[in-house]
Design a protein. Sequence first.
Length: 120
Amino acid sequence: MLLSQTDATHVMGLDFSKTMVRSATLRNRQAIQANRATIQRANLIHLKLVHETVDGIYSIYTIYFWESVDRTLQEMYRALRPGGRFVLTYCDGKAGEEGEELHERIEREFILLANKRGFE
């Protein structure tokens, strides 16, 4: 869990998938009971986090499900505190395969929009 790797006092976990929320809730049961973690099924662009209140955003294999890359990046940037960090992970293919389409989309769309929104 992220809490064991950072000095954060609270971590919020969001996912679209009921299965992933259930799994994360079970894995992080102790942190949830200690009020150090919150896990919920949600879409970031509909959550409306308070402006500049988030220290870090980690997106793990979620970009494929974003309704709008631009709106999601805009909401992330708005919610992040100055100096906050955003980390995106994605899989661009399976063993021996390359997902050229996703890689090109990252290069062509995501990076340009991220820069437009203020990410460096």
